[in-house]
Design a protein around this ligand. Structure first.
Ligand code: NZQ
Ligand code: ZN
Length: 384
């Protein structure tokens, strides 16, 4: 195993009703908060009122910044930083899914460090400080609630970027599965795909001498495969929401990644971000298309790892092809797309547009490198 340091500073409050811990926690961080949220779901479903109610119990005043879009853009971060400055806030409450929490992470660092957000995510300016960030998660998928990553789009640079800073961990995260009961079937499925894809990114890291982590990967994916389909058919089932929420957090809080030769692979994520950038496709829907295509394309190189994965996930001896087939069939059974046509993208023009973007961005895995020919052949498989 590669040597590693394990340090995850996020305090996690997990379970039904944990929102009631908010007043006590928030009062540690100051007297004035900004609540950052998305395009209205938290208002519609009463989560915003519940948060405001908690803050008022602690005598904490607040301002709001709303409108963060799914596949978030840096422009909103600039606007949120302006509100932070004008209102002189003490801390940030991110209320939403990955898009809101990621935008809030970048806001927290850029505001506190007084640096340009774009320079920061392009690693031209290093953050030195943060304002405290409390994350209240409403969608189980990304793991951002307990990790130091943020993903953001820079449309003028034609980039959807993953950013890392050791300061970007939320200080405290509140994971109440009742807040996820209102997530519709499509985003529920995309969340399940996303968490499985994170486990795969860990699994396809360089080196294969990490048997315990491989078993962690299998445990997380098997959990999602067992309970995910039940949840998609029974969206109001709190017990199932809870299981998927916990699986999603563990898929990308470091547990599956420690000690591997590279920090995962991430080639599929980096490839798939370009689909979101060009077509504004939900993140999980890009992964259910590209993961099987990437596995098929690299199946000779990944033969041993795919066979082992088949055994770990399905408890039987499977070839690489059979393993891929079962994974693709699973994504399909959730109602997630597995070909570009499933998201309404069929034309040759769109394919060329995407290929041009891939050649421009040149997405890579830490383990499996890709070139223009690989992009083209993976796209052929995704077009089906
Ligand atoms: O905007 P609102 O109205 O809130 O609606 C959202 C949005 O339309 C809705 N939603 C969220 N919670 C809901 C709900 N609707 C009903 N009830 C609820 N409780 O769901 C839609 C999707 O929200 P979004 O936050 O975009 O989804 P997700 O959590 O999947 O986040 C996706 C973003 O995270 C990035 C992705 O690339 C994408 O930009 N990722 C972040 C990672 C990280 N920071 O570690 C890792 C991931 O691999 C991923 O790249
Ligand atoms: Zn992801």
């Amino acid at each position: 195993m590669k040597k590693f340091i394990l340090h995850n500073p996020t305090i996690l409050h997990f379970g039904q009703g944990v929102i009631e811990d908010l007043a006590k926690s928030a009062s540690k961080y100051g007297q004035k908060a900004i609540i950052i949220y998305g395009q209205g779901s938290v208002k519609k479903h009463g989560y915003l009122d519940a948060v405001i109610n908690e803050l008022s119990k602690a005598g904490i005043s607040h301002v709001e910044y709303s409108g963060i879009k799914s596949n978030p853009v840096i422009d909103d971060v600039y606007k949120a930083v302006e509100v932070c400055k004008k209102e002189n806030i003490d801390f940030i409450i991110a209320l939403g899914g990955g898009s809101v929490i990621d935008s809030s992470k970048i806001t927290s660092l850029a505001y506190a460090s007084d640096i340009d957000p774009k320079d920061m995510v392009l690693y031209k300016a290093e953050p030195t400080k943060k304002v405290p960030l409390l994350a209240i998660l409403t969608l189980a998928a990304t793991g951002t609630e307990m990790n130091p990553f943020a993903v953001i789009q820079l449309n003028d640079k034609k980039k959807k970027l993953g950013f890392y800073s050791p300061l970007a961990y939320p200080d405290e995260s509140f994971l109440d599965p009742t807040l996820t009961l209102t997530v519709p079937a499509d985003y529920t499925a995309y969340g399940i795909v996303d968490l499985i894809a994170h486990a795969f990114e860990a699994y396809f890291a360089a080196g294969d001498d990490n048997s315990l982590n491989d078993k962690f990967v299998a445990a997380v994916v098997r959990e999602a495969m067992e309970y995910g389909p039940l949840l998609v058919d029974d969206l109001n089932n709190l017990r199932l929401r809870e299981k998927i929420m916990w699986a999603a957090t563990n898929a990308l809080n470091g547990l599956l990644f420690y000690g591997r030769e590279t920090d995962g692979d991430w080639g599929v994520h980096n490839f798939a971000h370009n689909i979101s950038l060009v077509f504004d496709t939900p993140h999980g829907a890009t992964l259910s298309i590209i993961y099987p295509a990437w596995m098929k394309h690299f199946k000779h190189r990944l033969k041993y790892r795919l066979e082992l994965l088949g055994y770990l996930l399905f408890n039987e001896s499977l070839s690489a092809d059979q393993t891929i087939e079962k994974i693709e069939a699973f994504f399909s059974s959730l109602g997630a797309p597995v070909r570009m046509k499933d998201i309404g993208i069929t034309s040759q023009g769109d394919k060329e547009l995407l290929l041009d973007q891939l050649k421009y961005d040149s997405p890579q895995g830490f383990n499996i490198e890709m070139n223009n020919e690989d992009y083209e052949q993976i796209l052929d498989l995704a077009w089906g």
